[in-house]
Ligand binder design. Structure first.
Ligand code: S3P
Length: 168
């Protein structure tokens, strides 16, 4: 059954899911969860370390199981997913069968500006890349992933999605 009080934000890395999610949760008085934080808690390791030690395949399984657990509970929440989460293991269908998905569709040039060095350090998929490699990777990711993101029930599109503007 779809629960309108389970709000799940999806979109590219650096699109502002966690920032917007926190503000939205505060306004609605719902708890906020970041899927990457839940994974780190469960595994007792940072995401970059999970990728380095166990590989992406392991991470994707863990990601799907933590997501399913959270969706199965009875509580209301706002959940920011990692950029890849909706694109593996039928997660997008699972999200849509349990809650309200929201795609933050932010132009790639804005995403690029947000991916500062610190933000890149915690994102293993971009590790060791220079700017032109990051741009190419982001473009390819967008092409591969947008068919999944586009299945979201709500799409917020913008040059820059500012939480204050979105949540009036
Ligand atoms: C990933 C995005 C990250 C994190 C992991 C993989 C991806 O989350 O889940 O590094 O595949 O795009 P953010 O979207 O918060 O960067």
């Amino acid at each position: 059954m779809i629960d309108p009080k389970k709000i799940v934000l999806v979109g590219m890395p650096g699109s502002g899911k966690s920032t917007l999610g926190r503000v939205l949760a505060g306004k609605l008085n719902f708890p906020f969860y970041d899927l990457d934080d839940l994974i780190e808690e469960k595994e007792g390791k940072k995401i970059a370390r999970i990728f380095a030690e166990k590989g992406e395949g392991y991470f994707r399984k863990l990601e799907s199981s933590v997501l399913s657990e959270r969706l199965a509970g009875g509580e209301a929440f706002v959940l920011a997913t990692g950029g890849g989460a909706p694109c593996y293991n039928e997660n997008m269908q699972r999200i849509n069968s349990k809650g309200v998905s929201v795609f933050l569709d932010v132009p790639l040039n804005h995403i690029l500006q947000r991916l500062t060095q610190t933000a890149l350090d915690i994102r293993p998929l971009f590790s060791g890349m220079d700017t032109s490699e990051i741009i190419l990777k982001l473009k390819n990711m967008y092409v591969e992933r947008s068919p999944f993101y586009e299945q979201a029930k709500i799409k917020l599109r913008g040059e820059d999605i500012s939480p204050e503007l979105v949540i009036a």
